[in-house]
Design a protein around this ligand. Sequence first.
Ligand code: GDG
Length: 502
Amino acid sequence: MGAEHSATDDGIAPAVGDGELVVVSNRQPYTHSYERTDGERSITVNRPAGGLTAGLDPVMQQTDGTWIAWGDGEADADVTDDDGTVRMPPESEAYTLKRLWLTDEEVEGYYYGYSNRVLWPLCHGGTMKTEYVERYWQRYQQVNETFADAVIETAGENSLIWFQDYHFTLAPRQVREAVPDSAFLTHFWHITWPGWDTFRACPQHEQLLEGLLGNDLLGFHVERYCENFLDCVDEALDDAFIDPEGGRVNYEGHTTVVRPFPMGIDAQSIRECSEEAGAEFWDDFRATHDIDAATSVVVGVDRLDYTKGIVERLEALERLWEVEPDYREAVTYVQKASESRSLIPDYQDLQTEVRETIERINDRFGTADWQPVVYINEFIPQQELCGLYRHSDVMLVSAVRDGMNLVAKEYVAAQVDDDGVLVLSDQAGAHEELGEQALTINPYDTDAFADAIETALTMDTEERAERMVALREQVESHDLYAWMASVFDAVEEVRAKRADDD
Ligand code: GDG
């Protein structure tokens, strides 16, 4: 059995030191919305559903820090003071949530524009999808300044400032220049970092790199992204001095340490959720979706994004049913997809393409008693998700490019019976840790992908268990709390080194 962590028993809070912990993210941990019952309007609070936000929340509570984020909830402004702050969570009021208000134009340019139509495709290697609209860049700069100002107002001596993700490439430099030297800036980049040959296409590549080099510690999921980043700095910034072995960049007198921190999941909570979703849950689920008890179930769970390789996966399944008719009526594929960023045309196109591909496959092979692909479009509760993971015979993760892919790890953590098989793209960051025991695929190699699905479906019980026990051990011992501890340990180490050098 792997580590049983909680956020606070790992010595994370002491690692924050005696300064304030300031977390900066695009999405906030809590939102407020209106609820209407019997003509009465009241305000309700929505809590963090899972992942990093839920994991960081107890750390924030223990250290009484400040979390700065975009206030996008409809009732958010009704509960905050004039500074946009509110104490959270409601029952203990243990830390400050500072909400920043963005205009529609800012959201359009900073979030839907530069973040998701430039940086997202660029970092995933999709230079053909990037849209360099000047307005997006202007708004992105402006919103980064707004966030930087809020951090500067909040941070003091010894503060630990933790930026999350690609929405804030410029803010670190602005903050570094304005806060005391004793404050420490760290940033975790949740998506891939591309090679120089891709990154150089971005007209703002210099500003982006300079912004990120305001950090003292910059984290990526895997070593390759760190190498790519250092390579980009080397190529783009003449005055940067790089120590590739030590993962250090010195630029304009400031040093940034660049390190891999492969992110984990809250394995214990997934396991507990999965244990609760027993046979009864599965019978109900199959009945609801009309899946015959005799068929094997293959599953895919994704945010509907073109990086996740959903169409490539459907094509591999289609190939399997085409060349191996024995699998017709014997295997059902469940695609759990959550629509996201739907205001962006590329995402609307993908939604259409996925639906059309599913319709084509269902028309082609479906019978009176069997629907090959079951599509679940709406967001499902954690309990149901864990049950789906637990009881599916095979999970397909076929990202064409993915920073990590937490779904692969969640599937593993939910395998309390050790009887599932993970088929995993070698293009996902998770492949670095799970590739040896998963069945590896290249999402574009449709024939080999179809073969791998067949191998997974026919794998005997013993081999399934052997692989899954090893995968589970890896995922449980490198969970979300171990990840946070490794980030905080590195903060302490780099801080101590900096103090020695001064
Ligand atoms: C970015 C990077 C990196 C999805 N549908 C439902 C649901 N989900 C949850 C999953 C999982 C999360 O959403 C998706 O996480 P991923 O890691 O797969 O992907 P991104 O959203 O693209 O995240 C990625 C990650 O950041 C972390 O650094 O791994 O590479 O792109 O947790 O469970 N959860 C529930 N119902 C759903 O219907 N409850």
